[in-house]
Structures are given as C-alpha cells and as structure tokens.
Design a protein around this ligand. Structure first.
Ligand SMILES: Cc1ncc(COP(=O)(O)O)c(C=O)c1O
Length: 404
C-alpha cells in the first residue's frame, strides 16, 4: 500500500539530532528514569525486572491507573500502545474502510491525515480560525466548516484537543458541536488528547470521554508528562471497540516494553501524575514569557495567539518566503530547527517549541534573528511585499496536497 510521506515527522526524524538548537519539539524537557524511580521511593524491583513479554494490552495496574484519568472509565476500556502514534494508527486502521471519509481538524499533527487518506481515501478539512472572543484572540472552531465536512459517508471525526500546533483548547460549546455533528452522521469521534495535562492555567482540559458513545481517546506519556522515550500511549474506548483494536495490535508491536510499563505505572499513579503535570507547568510558565519577549521584538512581522496548553507556539510571519524554505534556511544557515506551518496545513507560520531549557531556547532564538534580518532587508528597500502583521492569519493554506 502506498502512503504519502508524513513530512513533518520525516523532517524531524532526519535532522533533530543534527542541529545546535532543536526547537522543533512539542513536549517539555524529558524526565529521567531516576526521577521516576525516586517518585516511587527508589529502584525497587526495577533492575530485577525479567525482560519477557509484558501483558500485551498493558498490565492491569497500568490500565487501572490510566482509566483513573478518565471519569467512569475502567480497565477494560483501556488498550496500552507504543506511543500515541500507535494508538492513532490502530484506531484509524481498525475503523476505516476504502470509500469512508474522515472529517479532519486543521491545523493539526498530520499523522492521521495521511492515515485517513491511505485507509479511507479521503479526508475533509474543517478549521480552527483566529477569532476575537471575550476581549482576546483565540483559535475558534469554524462550526459551519465542521458541518460541511461531516457527510453521510463520514466514518470518523478527528480532533486534537488541546491542539497541536496552536495549543488551543475547545470550549464546551465547541465540543458539543463536534458531538452533534458525529451523532448526525453516526460517525466515531477520535480525540487525540495527548497534550491534556499541559495547560498553562492548570485547569485540565475536559475530555471527550463520556460525551458520546462512539468515542476513542488516543493519548500517551510523550507530551504533558515529558516521557516520550517510554513510548507508552493508549486508547480509551467502549470495551468492545477496544477488544477489537487489541487484535489489530497483534499485527504491529504486540506489547509495550516491559520496563516502560513498569515506569508508566509509577507515572500514572494519580498523585504522581499530578506532580508530573506540576513539573510541566513550571517549565512552560517559565519559558513562554521568554519566547513571547522574543516574539514581540519582531512585532513588525509576527502575529501570534498565545497557546493555552502544550509547549508550542504557532507564530504567523509576514515575510516573502514559504514556511518550508524558511525552516530549511534556518537549519542550514543557523543550525536551528523549528517546524513549518505548511506541515500542519497552514502556510506562513512557524511552530516553535518552548519546552526545553530557557537559556538554550534563547540562544536558538537569537540565531533566528540574523535570518529574519536578512529577509526583512529587501522589504525595507521597498522590493518585498508589504507586511501584514497582527494576530489574524488572513487565509490559511489548503490542507496538504496528495503526494506527487
Ligand atoms: C497530536 C499528537 N499525537 C500523537 C503524537 C505522537 O505521540 P508519540 O510520540 O507518543 O507517539 C504527537 C507527537 O508529536 C502529537 O503531536
């Protein structure tokens, strides 16, 4: 089966370890194994763990602890996977047939865009758009576009909430609209909630779990928990759907890593989970103002709506260069890696990760200045397009084109 390249992930996989400053990450500075073990009072039996196959759908204790993060969920509603990406893969693979359609939130992490097009053949975009509400700009759900995107053939509505790349969080009324659209079409909602728990406000984002029968939540420890190296993800869903999904995983990775399940059990204990979220909040609350100060030194070219969750800021720029060539130029000339808006379905934006060490980030941002200065120069001489600053992206780019 042909599958279009997942361009953002390919770019990161290729370059993230070969630049001086990697600001392409969407999570916070990772925790160490020793920190997790200390939370449990020391290494305990960890080093004596027998490295056999672990329980294929996750140990009962891990599933119990994951279920405790979702009101009313029980162990049989949980399937543990290798990362949120396997959770998404298995969910889409199990639900889609050729000829189905997927209604897809844009901008977004486009793993499931590519999977939708491979498994179903078609994905229909609906957008988050900048809107002034309650005296502030936010990324709001375009409800008319959602209604247009959901048809009788729609099998899945995909939302990422909190969103990557904008860090936006849906309101309760917007969540209701998604449920209403799904109910009308008899579609499933797949809610990728992997950034849940990384809210700047400290108010955990409400989950789609419990709002509608046909819901699968995909998530994991990679973002809000700062534990991407464990590769622990999960799907929460109705037990019958989760059993079916489990059998799909027999064809992928069979089981989570034994040591990862062990450390995941420690991290998902409800008290420790909250302590980990508190660590995440310290990092993002400390670092976002540093990034914002830098953004505001470029107010003539940048427009920006602050994220509500996650360690990522999505910044619009008014410069005569597309986001993919701009990212490439920053990498080659300055050895700084950020992500291109076009890789999330939105042109003339950069996604900048602020979850690393603040000084490291500051030094990376300083390097970007020199390239911005070069790009501004022709405009100052009156040759470039006029700037279009301000927080409102006028027009979004179309969702990604099919592979050539
Ligand atoms: C929205 C979203 N879902 C899933 C993933 C993949 O998560 P994992 O690293 O746990 O496979 C990412 C990674 O960036 C993401 O942003």
């Amino acid at each position: 089966m042909r599958i279009e390249p997942f361009r953002m992930e390919r770019m990161q996989s290729t370059y993230e370890n070969y630049v001086d400053y990697n600001l392409s990450e969407s999570g916070v500075r990772p925790m160490r194994a020793s920190e997790i073990l200390e939370m449990a009072g020391g290494p305990g039996r960890f080093l004596d763990s027998e490295l056999g196959y672990s329980q294929s759908n996750g140990t009962e204790e891990l599933r119990d602890r994951i279920a405790a993060f979702y009101d009313g969920a029980r162990r049989d509603a949980v399937l543990v996977t290798n990362g949120g990406s396997e959770a998404n893969y298995a969910a889409f693979w199990s639900l889609l047939e050729r000829g189905d359609r997927v209604a897809f939130m844009i901008p977004n992490y486009l793993q499931t865009w590519g999977l939708s097009r491979a498994f179903a053949g078609r994905a229909d975009a609906f957008r988050l758009t900048p809107r002034r509400e309650g005296g502030r700009m936010r990324w709001a759900l375009d409800i008319e576009a959602l209604r247009r995107a959901v048809t009788r053939k729609t099998r899945v509505i995909l939302v990422t909430n909190p969103n990557n790349p904008t860090g936006a969080v849906l309101t309760a009324a917007e969540m209701d609209e998604v449920v209403r659209a799904a109910r009308r079409a008899g579609a499933w909602i797949i809610a990728d909630e992997i950034y849940r728990g990384a809210e700047l406000s400290g108010r955990t984002t409400p989950t789609f779990w419990g709002r509608y029968g046909r819901v699968l939540i995909t998530s994991g420890l990679s973002k809000a928990f700062g534990l991407p190296g464990l590769r622990i993800g999960w799907v929460i869903g109705p037990p019958a759907a989760v059993r079916r999904l489990w059998s799909y995983r027999d064809y992928t990775t069979i089981a989570p890593g034994t040591l990862s399940d062990y450390l995941g059990r420690i991290a998902m204990d409800p008290k420790r989970r909250e302590a980990i979220f508190a660590r995440t909040r310290v990092i993002i609350r400390n670092n976002l103002p540093v990034l914002e100060r830098w953004i505001h030194t470029h107010d003539d070219i940048f427009g920006y709506i602050p994220p509500e969750a996650g360690a990522i800021a999505f910044v619009r720029y008014a410069l005569p260069v597309g986001s993919i060539p701009l990212v490439e130029r920053l990498r080659v000339d300055r050895s700084v890696l950020v992500c291109a808006g076009d890789h999330f379905g939105m042109a003339r934006h950069l996604r900048i990760g602020f979850g690393s060490d603040a000084d490291y980030m500051r030094r990376g941002l300083d390097r970007i200045d020199a390239t911005l200065e070069e790009l501004r120069a022709p405009r100052r001489r009156g040759r470039g397009p006029s700037p279009a600053p301000g927080p409102v992206p006028r027009r979004a780019s179309r969702p990604p084109a099919p592979p050539r």
